[in-house]
Design a protein around this ligand. Structure first.
Ligand code: PLP
Length: 229
């Protein structure tokens, strides 16, 4: 097996163990392979090992990869900061966007989503870490934003996403994930049919799964340390 296939198997085992440990079925957690900075060959290796959902952070890099890979049934998730002047490419090429933090960008994506495609699946990014420099809407803005976005015809609102501050202890890691789940449950109780909690990365996926993650976004543990140079 290739290193990437081995790593994928190890990550799937981590997810399954974390799920079973909290009484969840492993198949309630989807693995999104975050392939930013990695070449096509790595994505194809992961695809050969059965991985079909990939996450990208940079618009141009993502659409170049999507265009270059043909004949495979892959699903592409945009998970990075999105500027309005790049929204059209995302609306036309990606299947999901996890990083919506304001209504304006959602309205653009909805208007720009081609009619021949299924609605773009979207999550609202929420800033649960309380860090002012981080992206995401404020927790108390999330319910109103969800309500407005749920009404946009080109989008299908699926849930919430967060990227908490890195910490080492699993108890500390669980707190912001729990906060995101509580916001999610509050919005569901208000009548919006959310089904997705996008949370957990290589270093904290166990904490995220314990708090109810339905998608974990994993880069380093699959592909190795990124080199941005
Ligand atoms: C890079 C990135 C990830 C993956 O992080 P790893 O620590 O490499 O697993 C997940 N989510 C987002 C939004 C990212 O930018």
């Amino acid at each position: 097996m290739s290193a990437i296939a081995d790593n994928l198997q190890a990550v799937r085992a981590r997810i399954a163990n974390a799920a079973v440990a909290t009484g969840r079925s492993p198949d309630t957690v989807r693995l999104l392979a975050v392939s930013k900075t990695w070449p096509l060959s790595c994505i194809l290796e992961a695809a050969d090992a059965g991985q079909c959902a990939f996450g990208e952070n940079y618009v141009q890099e993502g659409i170049d990869k999507i265009a270059a890979i043909t004949g495979r049934n892959l699903e592409w998730h945009f998970i990075g900061p999105l500027q309005s002047n790049k929204s059209r490419s995302v609306a036309e090429r990606f299947d999901w966007v996890h990083s919506i933090e304001r209504l304006k960008i959602a309205e653009r994506l909805s208007a720009q989503r081609p009619a021949y495609l299924a609605p773009l699946q979207v999550c609202i990014q929420v800033n649960v870490s309380g860090e002012t420099s981080k992206s995401g809407c404020a927790p108390d803005e999330a319910p109103g934003l969800c309500k407005s976005i749920a009404a946009l015809p080109g989008l299908r609102l699926r849930g919430l996403m967060a990227i908490p501050e890195p910490t080492d202890s699993i108890d500390a890691q669980r707190l912001p994930f729990r906060q995101l789940r509580q916001i999610y449950e509050h919005i569901r109780a208000a009548g919006l049919p959310l089904d997705t909690l996008s949370m957990g990365m290589s270093h904290d996926l166990e904490a995220a799964v314990a708090e109810g993650a339905t998608i974990v976004r994993i880069g380093t543990a699959i592909f190795g340390e990124r080199n941005y140079a």
